[in-house]
Design a protein around this ligand. Structure first.
Ligand SMILES: C[C@H](O)CC(=O)SCCNC(=O)CCNC(=O)[C@H](O)C(C)(C)COP(=O)(O)OP(=O)(O)OC[C@H]1O[C@@H](n2cnc3c(N)ncnc32)[C@H](O)[C@@H]1OP(=O)(O)O
Length: 724
C-alpha cells in the first residue's frame, strides 16, 4: 500500500447519495488493523457528509472479505499493536456501523468469512451472490468470533444453525444463507452493487426495514429451549474434541448473550477472544494455517517463473487399493484417466473399486446420480500400453517390488510421449533405483498418496537430484487441482512421512516387549489426540504392509531399528490385522475393536526370542512417559530428515505429520510441538533412554547440536546462523 499501510478502504459517493465503501487488501481483503482504522474513517466521513444518505460496504475484485487478518494474531500475541479489539467490536462494528444515523447494506461476493461476515452482519441488510461463501471459521484457528459473531449469527439464523456453523467452521453458500435469513436478497454479480445501493435508499425511505441484528429476537429460541440446544452442543463438542476448550468457551459466550442480553454477550465474547488469542491452541492452529499454504513455496523450484503445463490425460498402473483411490481422486477433479491392469480380471476389479468409491458418495448424498455418471465416464480401462501415446502423466501404483517397477518404468519410457511425467506412488523405495533402467530420470518423480487416496489430504511429491523443476511445478499444480496439500520432499527410503512413522510403531513395539500394556499405549496416544493408537493402526494397515516396510528400514537404517519378532509371530497364526479380524485386537461383525487376552502369549514368545526381560519401570509408565517415549523418537527422526535436506523446512514436516500421520493440528505439528517442550528437554530424555535401552533412542546430531545451544528445532539454518 502507498503509505506502508496493510490495506485500506476507499470511499466513493454517487450522485444518488449512496456512499460506497470498498475494502482493498489483496488477496482476500482481510481486515487488518489498518483496514479497520480506515473503515472507521470512511464510516465517520459518510455519516457526517450531507450529500450521503446511505452506505454500501463491499470488497474489491469480487471478494467481500476473508476475515480478520490472520497475521494480526501474531502481532497481538507479541503485543506489537495496542489497538484494543473492543474498539473494533463495540466501538466500530456496533456503535459506529450498526448504530449509524444512515443505513448500511453489505454487498457480498466471493467470501464473507469470520470478521468479514461479522462486518456484514453489523450492516442493516445483506445482499449476496448465490455462490458467495459465508461463515464463521474462527474455531478452526483456536479462537471464537471476536466481532460480535457469537451474538448476531444466532439472532439472524437461530441458535441450532448458528452453533453448527461456528462449531464446524463450515461456510454456507449465498443460496442457503438467503433461505436462512442471513442475507436479504440474492442477485448476480453484475447487479450486486446496484441492488445494494437501491436497498440502502429503500431503507432510508422506509420501504425496507432498518434492522439492527444485535437486537433481533424473532429467531432466538425461548430460554428453556435454548438451554437444551446448548447442552446438546456441549456434549457433542466434548465428544468430537475432548482436548479442546475453545468450542466450549464459544457455547458459554453465546449463552451469556441469551441470558444477560447481547451487549453483555459482546463484552464476554471480547474477553474470551483476547484470552484465546494468547493460547497455545491458537498459536498452533495459526502455524498450521500458514504452514499449509507455505508447502507449495519451494526455493529453487517455484521461484523460477515456471508455468505448470496442462495435463489433459492421466494413466494409472495398478487398480488395487492405491491405484483405484488415485484414479478416483483424479476423475473427481475432471481428469480423464486410463487405468491399466495386467489382465481383464484384475482390471474389472480395479474399475469396480473406483465405482464403489463414487457410489459411496452417492449413498451419503454427497454426489448426484448424474454427477456419478459424468465422473465415471472419465475412466477407461486397458490391459496394454496402446493408449499411452498421448498421456501427459502416468502414476505407477503396483506392489512394492523394485525389479517390477524398474521394468514398468523402462516400458513407460518406450510407450509414453517424451514430455510425459513419470510418477511412482511408492511409499518407501528409492526413486533412483526405480528409474535405473531408463534415460528419463529428469521426469521421474514420486507422487506418494496416502490411503484411502481419494480421501486423505496429503500428497508427498518426491524429487530426486535429477527431477526437473518443471516436473515438480506440474505436480504441485495437479496436487492443488485435486484438492490435496502437496509437500515436496527429497528422495530416500521412506521419504518424510514414513521416515517419521517408522519410529512411531517401533517405539510402541519396544515398549510392549519391555512390559508396557498394548491397550494402555493406544489409550494414551489417542488421548494425546491421534485418531488411533499405534497398535490399532498396525491392525488397520495390515501386518503385511507393516513387515514389508520394516524390512526396508532394517536394510537402510540397521543401527536404529528395533528388531522384534512380534508381528511375524502373529502373522504365522494368520493374525494379520483387521482384515483377518484378529491382530492386536479382535474385531466383531461391526468392526469394533476389542482387547484380546491371548495377546500376552505372543508378546511373551517374542520377548524370549529377543532376549528381553520385563522392565518394571516400563510396566508402570505414566501417560506422559508413554507419549514421550513414542513421540520423541519420531521427533529425532524428523530432525534427521531436516538435517539431510529431505524436507525443505520444518513447517513441511509439521504439515506432513498432521495430514499424513493424523498428528493433532492443535499441537501445531511434530516439530512445533517439540519446540513447545524444548530441544534440551527432548535431547536429555533421549540420551537417558539411549544409555538404558540402546541405539534406537540415540539423539541425532541435529538434535544434539540444537539442544547444546538451546536453538529451536524448527529454526531455519539462516535463523540458526544469526543466533550463533
Ligand atoms: C475477529 C474475527 O472474528 C476473527 C477472524 O476473522 S479470524 C479469520 C477468519 N477467516 C478465516 O479463517 C479465513 C481463512 N482463509 C481461508 O479459509 C482461505 O484462505 C480463503 C477461503 C479465504 C481463500 O482460499 P484460497 O482461495 O484457496 O486461497 P489461500 O491460498 O487459502 O489464500 C490466499 C492467500 O491469502 C491469505 N489469507 C487468506 N485468508 C487470510 C486472512 N484472513 N488473513 C490473512 N491472510 C489470509 C493466505 O495466507 C494466502 O496467502 P499466500 O498467497 O501468501 O500464501
Amino acid at each position: 500500500m502507498d503509505n506502508g499501510a496493510k490495506g485500506r478502504t476507499v470511499l466513493e459517493v454517487g450522485p444518488d447519495g449512496v456512499a460506497i465503501i470498498t475494502i482493498v487488501n489483496p488477496p482476500v481483503n482481510s481486515l487488518s488493523f489498518d483496514v479497520f482504522r480506515s473503515l472507521k474513517e470512511s464510516f465517520d466521513e459518510a455519516d457526517n457528509r450531507e450529500d450521503v444518505k446511505a452506505i454500501v460496504v463491499t470488497g474489491e475484485k469480487g471478494k467481500f472479505s476473508g476475515g480478520f487478518d490472520i497475521n494480526a494474531f501474531g502481532i497481538m500475541q507479541k503485543g506489537m499493536d495496542h489497538t484494543n479489539p473492543g474498539l473494533i467490536s463495540v466501538e466500530l462494528l456496533t456503535d459506529t456501523i450498526e448504530a449509524a444515523r444512515k443505513p448500511s447494506v453489505a454487498a457480498i461476493d466471493g467470501l464473507a468469512l469470520g470478521g468479514g461476515l461479522e462486518l456484514a452482519m453489523a450492516c442493516n441488510a445483506r445482499i449476496s451472490t448465490p455462490v458467495a461463501q459465508l461463515g464463521l471459521p474462527e474455531l478452526q484457528l483456536g479462537v471464537i468470533p471476536g466481532g460480535g459473531g457469537t451474538q448476531r449469527l444466532p439472532r439472524l439464523v437461530g441458535l441450532a444453525k448458528a452453533l453448527e456453523m461456528m462449531l464446524t467452521s463450515k461456510a454456507i453458500k449465498g443460496e442457503e444463507a438467503y433461505s436462512l435469513g442471513l442475507v436479504d436478497a440474492l442477485v448476480s454479480r453484475d447487479k450486486l452493487v446496484s441492488t445494494a445501493r437501491q436497498w440502502a435508499l429503500d431503507i432510508v425511505d422506509r420501504r425496507r426495514p432498518w434492522v439492527r441484528s444485535l437486537y433481533k429476537t424473532d429467531k432466538i429460541e425461548s430460554l428453556g429451549e435454548a438451554r437444551e440446544i446448548l447442552k446438546f452442543a456441549r456434549t457433542q463438542a466434548q465428544k468430537r474434541a475432548p482436548n479442546l476448550k475453545h468450542p466450549l468457551v464459544c457455547i458459554d459466550v453465546i449463552e451469556d448473550g441469551i441470558v444477560a442480553g447481547p451487549r453483555t454477550g459482546l463484552w464476554k465474547e471480547l474477553e474470551a477472544f483476547e484470552a484465546l488469542v494468547a493460547s497455545d491452541t491458537c498459536k498452533s492452529l495459526i502455524h498450521i494455517f500458514f504452514s499449509q499454504r507455505g508447502t507449495s513455496k519451494v526455493p529453487g523450484v517455484t521461484d523460477r517463473g515456471l508455468v505448470p503445463r496442462q495435463v489433459k490425460k492421466v494413466a494409472i498402473l495398478g487398480g488395487g487399493l492405491m491405484g483405484s483411490g488415485i484414479a478416483t481422486a483424479l476423475i473427481l477433479s475432471n481428469y480423464p484417466v486410463i487405468l491399466k491392469e495386467v489382465n481383464e480380471k484384475f482390471l474389472e476389479a480395479g474399475l469396480n473399486r473406483v465405482k464403489a468409491n463414487l457410489q459411496s458418495r452417492v449413498k451419503k448424498g454427497q454426489m448426484t446420480k448424474e454427477k456419478f455418471e459424468k465422473t465415471i465416464s472419465l475412466l477407461k480401462g486397458t490391459i496394454d500400453y496402446d493408449s499411452f501415446k498421448d498421456v501427459d502423466l502416468v502414476i505407477e501404483a503396483v506392489i512394492e517390488n523394485v525389479s517390477l517397477k524398474q521394468q514398468i518404468f523402462a516400458d513407460l519410457e518406450k510407450y509414453c510421449p517424451p514430455h510425459c511425467i513419470l510418477a511412482s506412488n511408492t511409499s518407501t523405495i528409492d526413486l533412483n533405483l526405480i528409474g535405473q533402467k531408463t534415460k528419463s530420470e529428469d521426469r521421474i518423480v514420486g507422487a506418494h498418496f496416502f490411503s484411502p487416496a481419494h480421501v486423505m489430504p496429503l500428497l508427498e511429491i518426491v524429487r530426486t537430484k535429477k527431477t526437473s523443476p518443471q516436473i515438480v511445478v506440474d505436480l504441485l499444480d495437479i496436487g492443488r487441482k485435486i484438492r490435496k496439500t502437496p509437500v515436496v520432499v527429497g528422495n530416500c527410503t521412506g521419504f518424510a512421512v514414513n521416515r517419521m512413522f517408522f519410529p512411531y510403531t517401533q517405539a510402541a513395539i519396544f515398549l510392549v516387549e519391555h512390559g508396557t500394556d498394548v491397550y494402555q499405549i493406544d489409550k494414551a496416544i489417542t488421548k494425546f489426540g491421534m485418531p488411533m493408537g499405534p497398535f490399532r493402526l498396525i491392525d488397520l494397515v495390515g501386518f503385511g504392509v507393516g513387515v514389508a516396510t520394516a524390512m526396508q528400514f532394517i536394510e537402510n537404517f540397521p543401527e536404529r531399528t528395533y528388531k522384534s519378532m512380534l508381528l511375524p509371530l502373529m502373522q504365522e497364526d494368520k493374525r494379520v490385522g483387521e482384515a483377518s479380524r484378529k491382530g492386536f485386537y479382535l474385531y466383531d461383525d461391526r468392526r469394533k475393536a476389542n482387547p484380546d487376552p491371548e495377546l500376552k502369549n505372543y508378546i511373551e514368545k517374542s520377548r524370549n526370542i529377543s532376549g528381553v526381560t520385563v522392565d518394571p519401570k516400563l510396566v508402570k509408565l505414566s501417560e506422559k512417559d508413554i507419549i514421550e517415549m513414542i513421540f520423541f523418537p519420531v521427533v529425532n527422526e524428523a530432525c534427521r530428515v531436516l538435517d539431510e535436506g529431505i524436507a525443505v523446512k520444518s513447517a513441511d514436516l509439521d504439515i506432513s505429520a498432521v495430514m499424513g500421520m493424523g498428528f493433532p493440528p492443535y499441537r501445531g505439528g511434530i516439530i512445533f510441538w517439540a519446540d513447545s517442550l524444548g530441544s534440551k528437554y527432548i535431547y536429555s530424555r533421549l540420551a537417558e533412554w539411549s544409555k538404558l535401552y540402546g541405539e534406537f533412542f540415540k539423539p541425532s546430531a541435529y538434535l544434539a547440536a540444537r539442544a547444546a545451544k538451546g536453538i529451536p528445532l524448527g529454526a531455519s539454518v539462516e535463523q540458526t546462523q544469526s543466533r550463533l
